[in-house]
Design a protein around this ligand. Structure first.
Ligand code: AMP
Length: 545
């Protein structure tokens, strides 16, 4: 018998139409390059989105074409997300922090036909323009008055393009598996790899994001996405807004700055925000030194890297904000797990409570997880056994863009995340390391993340990295690299003494090197590969392990 339900495709277009009809007056506030306090409604945003769709048409963009963006979180980038995807093209968000050779590689690899960029990124494009093989137009996201002088050929102004178009546009009926957006991973070795999302995966991911134990936002909330729109669709927040009717505040170029964040949270009455750990450390530092507060803020989500415990404890104790760790990756759109407590965890307090809160959280419906040993045997969910973390689900990639088909997943259809993890009885996953970063000392594995978290808890330490260095007896032993907070002084003895009683004695680093800065990837992760290269011949002192 034929099924008897409507076959409605899951399209991003429906988010736009839903918001326009149900939340026409809900606001989008944006800090853009030419206006630090731009505000309009969903209705106005999607009216401009239709003008933009006409402009894309005039630029010759058609179904399946790739359109690049190099932009911060603001209202014009928001319009691009919807206009490009809903007209059947692919919105390729490019990370402006990549090295020039990586930018050239990904823009050419994605075959971007046009690129929209913030004025401050024009020099980056000028620098690489003669190596771009497919890009025909560059459009600056500003008004005619603010257009920069530039040597870019075919340079156009965004506002002028829009002004030439009407707001009548019939969105095409697309298949739900039409690609809508793409993002390249910031791999620390080799070329970045492209992940191509489609409308269906994006809508399913958005439903999941909106659930109560995930972002849990409603039409009464106001969100501040501090995760960049150039990295994994700002964790899906740009789609959750129109689905649920939340007010969205887009913080622009200074989004990592504590003062800017506090100001936006206070003036716009932000209730929920999401970002990487560094952002919350910056906000905390500003709050502590200015004496200001964030009274409307209820919840923060932190992901992308391990969360320092001070973010959780200080945010709660001093500012009454709940911090939830989340885990995911570019290949997963990115949502995988969120740390939301379940009944049966109410009794936790003190160290036990903090330990539970620091875990990456439990799998969201839609993502299956397992951990395996080197022979692909599934390991128990006992919170002790750790192994390679693998995932499956409708918003997990099946292959990288232009990779040889069938080469990305394991034979049994699981995607190996490259993370090493434990999963406890309650289903809470904790990342212990990246597969490549784990330190193999004798037969034992030492988690570099645990050692880094302990170092970062030291009041004088700003940031730290732990890498494995060759050792004749143990194969590898941990070396700790420390960047101290400004004006602080310390010694190897002081830092190593800090570890006593906090981690197993045999896993305490053998040595400490004080550095001025640590190298970061374009998405803010520490470049361990570079550090391993730099310290590959490092001679560790004789230590009793
Ligand atoms: P990306 O694809 O650039 O978003 O990076 C994904 C990777 O970031 C994951 O595979 C993890 O290694 C790391 N990551 C993400 N969230 C967390 C977290 N909560 N704790 C530790 N590492 C994380």
């Amino acid at each position: 018998m034929k099924d008897l339900m409507m076959d409605t495709p899951l399209l991003i277009t429906s988010l736009m139409e839903h918001a326009e009809r149900n939340f026409p007056t809900r606001e989008i506030v944006s800090v853009s390059s030419d206006n630090p306090n731009f505000r309009y409604t969903y209705k106005e945003a999607f009216t401009r989105t239709r003008q933009l769709a006409n402009a894309l048409n005039s630029l010759g963009i058609s179904l399946g074409d790739h359109v690049g963006t190099l932009a911060w979180n603001d209202h014009r980038h928001f319009e691009l997300y919807y206009a490009i995807s809903c007209s059947g093209a692919v919105c390729h968000t490019v990370n402006p922090r990549l090295f020039p050779e990586q930018l050239v590689y990904i823009i050419n690899h994605a075959e971007d036909q046009v690129i929209f960029c913030d004025p401050m990124f024009v020099p980056i494009l000028e620098n690489i323009q003669d190596q771009l093989t497919t890009t025909k137009h560059f459009i600056v996201l500003t008004s005619e008055e603010q257009m920069p002088e530039s040597s870019l050929p075919g340079l156009l102004c965004y506002e002028t393009l829009l002004a030439q178009e009407t707001s009548d546009f019939d969105w095409p009926d697309l298949d739900e598996r039409t690609p809508c957006s793409m993002c390249y991973t910031s791999g620390t070795t080799g070329n970045p790899k492209g992940v191509l999302y489609h409308h269906r995966s994006t809508i399913l991911h958005t439903y999941a994001q909106a659930m109560p134990d995930v972002f849990g936002v409603s039409a009464s909330d106001c969100i501040l996405p501090i995760v960049p729109m150039f990295h994994v669709n700002a964790w899906g927040s740009i789609y959750v807004g129109p689905m649920t009717g939340t007010k969205i505040v887009l913080p622009g170029a200074k989004m990592g700055d504590g003062e800017t964040l506090q100001h936006l949270i206070e003036t716009e009455a932000i209730t929920v925000s999401m970002g990487v750990p560094t952002v919350w450390l910056n906000l905390l530092a500003y709050l502590n030194e200015s004496g200001k507060s964030v009274p409307t803020l209820k919840r923060l989500y932190v992901g992308g890297a391990a969360c320092p415990s001070t973010v959780i404890t200080e945010m709660k104790d001093k500012y009454d904000v709940d911090v939830h760790v989340a885990w995911g990756m570019t290949e997963m759109s990115p949502l995988g797990t969120v740390n939301m407590f379940k009944p049966g965890m109410e009794h936790l307090e003190g160290e036990e409570l903090l330990e539970a809160k620091l875990k990456a959280g439990r799998g969201v419906y839609g993502v299956e997880m397992k951990i395996t040993d080197d022979e692909n045997n599934e390991l128990p969910w006992d919170g002790v056994a750790f192994g390679s973390l693998k995932v499956k689900g409708p918003w997990v990639l099946s292959d990288y863009y232009k990779a040889e088909p069938g080469t990305t997943l394991e034979d049994d259809g699981w995607f190996e995340t490259g993370d090493v993890a434990t999963i406890d009885k309650m289903g809470f996953m904790a990342i212990t390391d990246r597969t490549k970063d784990v330190i193999k000392s004798g037969g034992e594995w030492i988690s570099s993340i645990d050692l880094e978290n302990t170092a970062t808890d030291h009041p004088k330490v700003a940031e730290s990295a732990v890498i494995g260095v060759y050792h004749p007896q143990w194969t590898e032993r941990p070396l700790l690299l420390v960047q101290l907070k400004e004006g602080e002084e310390s010694s190897k003895e002081e830092i190593l003494a800090w570890y006593e009683g906090k981690v197993a004695k045999w896993s305490i680093p053998d040595d400490v090197v004080f550095v001025d800065t640590l190298p970061h990837t374009a998405t803010g992760k520490i470049q361990k590969f570079e550090l391993r290269q730099e310290y590959k011949d490092y001679k560790l002192p004789e230590v009793d392990v």
